[in-house]
Design a protein. Structure first.
Length: 277
């Protein structure tokens, strides 16, 4: 596994996302069995970074993450758990309530990384960050970050946070650079902020792009592995793919070991430009 070291913290390049673990926007207990199988497979393979949120399955995702950790007898200190506060809970008091609820569902004493999930309408960072800062001071949260923030909001977050903003979690994949082309990626790389790419392999053209096919064959890999390798070869970029399939979970984990040449990185980065699909 490749790692990123930042602010005296070392994180794996590839973590495990938990959107759809236990449901989608609401809880779906019918998905519990496959969800626990996926989480336990990830833990057994060696994943240590798990990304969840109070929004995922209305909190049930957090419950299942905590259950999988306990049932696998994995030591809490060996894991890095990310969760997120929803935009409707960004008032000073609501931030505390959300964090305590997440901790209760996880059955953990602290969250390693706590993110503002996405900007809320009328969001006032000057009122949200005092609560987030206190969570860090109280030991309930170790690090702070944001998600789906543009460059202006990211810089504002840095102004209000008492500790370094660890990451901006955004959609980023081979065909979709839209969220990072406005200066976000460059700024993060220059200012020691991780870009956490979500939905890294969720695109229909992954199996049919000519350039991706050629490079996939050259490395005896899967298209999904090359798509992930392209992301994590970039400095200050990590990613959190999700799968229910234990074989895919293993392949995603192993993608961090694939070494792409500079030419392959450039070709892949341009592969979805008009005329190159």
């Amino acid at each position: 596994m490749k790692y990123e070291t930042i602010h005296n913290l070392t994180l794996p390049k590839i973590g495990f996302g938990t959107w759809k673990i236990g449901g989608e926007a609401s809880s779906n207990p019918a998905w519990d069995s496959q969800s626990l199988t996926a989480l336990c497979s990830a833990l057994e393979i060696g994943y240590t970074h798990f990304d969840t949120a109070e929004y995922y399955a209305a909190g049930h995702s957090e419950e299942l993450v905590g259950r999988a950790v306990r049932e696998s007898n994995t030591k809490r200190e060996n894991l890095f758990i990310t969760s997120k506060v929803s935009p409707e809970h960004l008032s000073y008091d609501d931030v505390f309530k959300s964090c305590e609820s997440s901790l209760r569902r996880l059955k953990m004493d602290y969250i390693d990384l706590y993110l503002i999930h996405w900007p809320g309408r009328g969001m006032k960072l000057e009122k949200t960050f005092p609560a987030l800062n206190k969570l860090v001071r109280d030991g309930k949260v170790k690090h702070l970050g944001v998600s789906n923030f543009n460059l202006k909001l990211l810089k504002q977050s840095q102004e209000y946070s008492e500790t370094p903003i660890l990451t901006n979690q955004v959609p980023y994949s081979l065909p979709d650079h839209s969220y990072v082309e406005n200066g976000v990626l460059e700024y993060c790389q220059q200012n020691d902020i991780l870009v956490t790419a979500y939905s890294p392999v969720k695109f229909r053209s992954i199996r049919v792009n000519k350039t991706l096919k050629e490079i996939t064959n050259a490395h005896s890999a899967t298209p999904f592995q090359i798509a992930l390798a392209w992301l994590v070869m970039q400095p200050r970029v990590i990613t959190i793919p999700m799968s229910f399939d234990p074989q895919h979970i293993k392949e995603n984990f192993e993608a961090a070991e694939i070494l792409l040449s500079a030419d392959e990185m450039t070709r892949l980065g341009n592969a979805w430009n008009k005329g190159n699909e």
